[in-house]
Design a binder for this molecule. Structure first.
Ligand code: BEZ
Ligand code: FE
Length: 291
């Protein structure tokens, strides 16, 4: 079509598709163009604003590295990561939540009862539970990939003081589908806000905080992996997580346990004489239809 107008530009865009275009690509690109064009019309986007948007994307590209992906962060703070997650979550499984950029490959194995905090100071938190299928049968040999920040609020890849493996672990469930470990109580922390995404947060008067959490990827042969997080119910940022990751079933009470009650079977047994915190969290996995 030769004559392009404000009113037909979306149709003209789709008329340019090649005949062999994959139908799903066609559907997604048509919808994307329609929403972008409607967005520009609805907001009466100015040249300056459009240019600012392009500069934003250029800046995000320039500061993106394998350790820091500003586009993923943008998707997170816009709620896109969580929305896509929720649209495809399995109703019978533990809810999924954002992966975030700080997961590492090949975390060190931690035996059941092991201690993830090593020499770090902080409130001792005992974390335990089971991994089960949706009928409640324990899954033997399920894996839990676990990570969190150090007490300074930084993940190992953000902090030169930490060994890359610090606060990362891989645990395998026992013959009862059980897992258990100790760590320090996680802290609330801010997502990186010194780049373009930080400017967006600033511009709309938003803070960069996330409620404290433990990250997990639970998996087992024949089951769908669940990427998730567990939050304490008393965190001040629970109702305003800047990446929208909180789900009802992931919010747990961290129980204060009395001095002298620390159980046997842990690396720290006999070493924790005072009060400590405990959270019991069970994971539910559903069959992987592709398996
Ligand atoms: C995190 O929880 O590690 C995280 C999630 C999204 C953006 C940044 C960090
Ligand atoms: Fe995190």
């Amino acid at each position: 079509m030769r004559t392009v107008t404000k009113d037909n530009i979306t149709d003209v865009f789709t008329s340019y598709f090649g005949e062999d275009t994959d139908p799903r690509v066609k559907e997604v690109m048509t919808s994307l163009a329609r929403h972008l064009h409607d967005f520009a019309k609805e907001t009466q986007l100015t040249h300056d604003e459009w240019r600012k948007g392009l500069e934003f994307l250029e800046w995000a590209g320039n500061i993106t590295t394998p350790e820091r992906n500003e586009f993923v962060l943008l998707s997170d703070v816009l709620g896109m990561s969580s929305l896509v997650d929720m649209m495809h979550s399995e109703p019978d499984a533990t809810s999924s939540s954002v992966l975030g950029p700080f997961h590492i490959s090949n975390p060190p194995a931690l035996p059941i009862g092991g201690d993830m905090k090593r020499d770090y100071e902080g409130d001792v938190l005992l974390v335990q539970g089971t991994v089960c299928d949706k009928r409640g049968n324990p899954i033997v040999g399920a894996t839990l990939d676990i990570w969190q920040t150090a007490p300074n609020g930084l993940y190992s890849s953000q902090d030169e003081e930490q060994d890359i493996h610090s606060f990362h672990a891989l645990m395998t469930t026992d013959e009862n589908g059980r897992y258990a470990f100790t760590t320090v109580r996680p802290v609330s922390y801010t997502v990186p806000s010194d780049g373009p995404v930080g400017q967006i947060l600033d511009a709309v008067g938003r803070h960069p905080w996330r409620p404290s959490h433990l990250h997990f990827i639970a998996g087992a042969a024949g089951f769908r992996n669940v990427v998730t997080e567990v939050f304490p119910d008393d965190d001040p940022y629970l109702d305003q997580d800047t990446v929208f990751g909180v789900r009802e079933d992931l919010v747990m009470k961290y129980l204060q346990q009395p001095a002298g009650s620390f159980p046997d079977g842990f690396d720290l047994s006999g070493k924790v004489t005072g009060e400590y915190l405990q959270v019991d969290f069970d994971f539910v996995l559903v069959d992987d239809p592709a398996a």
